[in-house]
Ligand binder design. Sequence first.
Ligand code: AMP
Ligand code: MG
Length: 320
Amino acid sequence: MVLIAIAVLFTVSPVKAEWFSHEFDVMGTRAKVEFEHNSAPQAKKLIQQVVDEMNRIDHLMSPFKPDSELSKINRLAAKSALVISGEMFSLLEQSLHYSHLTKGAFDITFSSVGYLYDFRNKIKPNKREKEGLVASIDFRSIRLDKVTKTIKFNNLKTKIDLGGIAKGHAVDQCIALLRLQGIKNAFVSAGGDSRVIGKKNDRLWYIGIKHPRDKNKLVVNLPLEEVAISTSGDYERFFIQDGVRYHHIIDPKTGDSARSSQSVTILADTSTDADALSTSIFVLGPVRGMDLVNQLPNISAIIIDKNGKMTFSDDLTNAK
Ligand code: AMP
Ligand code: MG
């Protein structure tokens, strides 16, 4: 009798799913994970796995940690071919893919000059330093060998930095991890890179795009489903000197900050793609950038140009 009562209890009252959310600092930015789960102890474990995964990628790809794989590459790859991890190899291949696609607007060797900027301490390279190193910004100096899984720089002054793509990769990894654990509804973000799966309480997810000159304002709030969204902005890391804004997105042609946009938002299937493209389109500027976006399948853009004018890619304009 008692057994029957328990069985009935279980069939009529399924365990109720709850939302769990956690914010933390990683990769020099703020990250967030949010998902629906029916067990609080398991949700807590899963949150820890997401935190661990982001920290693992940070330890692999940070240019500021001397023992990261990226720092090792920067120290050694100009001297001789260096065997690297499969994960690093694959992200470098994707970076080079975007360099070709954007005719060099996306170029991880921007760091050959970029390493001389320190936005927090208002430090930038002087004219002579910049002119001496800008020719070393060239993704063609990176040689990847698929067979030996090695990297080699054929320029002694080459330095790389994955800041324009690594956060997107980290978000994709965490979404994959959550999916593998059966999660259907989730949000993961690292700085300006976010991705959503499923729904939020049976409704679409909403993600806002910040006003580039007023951090308390949103310019649009987008309803989203099964998509990645990345924003690159000149307000994220910057300082102003003699009326000029120096910020963290570098035009590989000049070694100086790219100044034809204030913010670029990209929607794509994966965060890695959205991240690399938001940085690239920022460099290309609103005209050339939007032309490229309109040629790419499954990619949408919202660009705010240097005068604050907002434009939408053709697919978004037609959907309005
Ligand atoms: P995001 O906020 O995604 O646009 O990334 C900005 C970061 O990308 C910077 O902090 C740099 O680490 C890196 N970056 C800057 N300029 C470039 C460029 N032209 N190509 C690739 N990565 C870049
Ligand atoms: Mg980016």
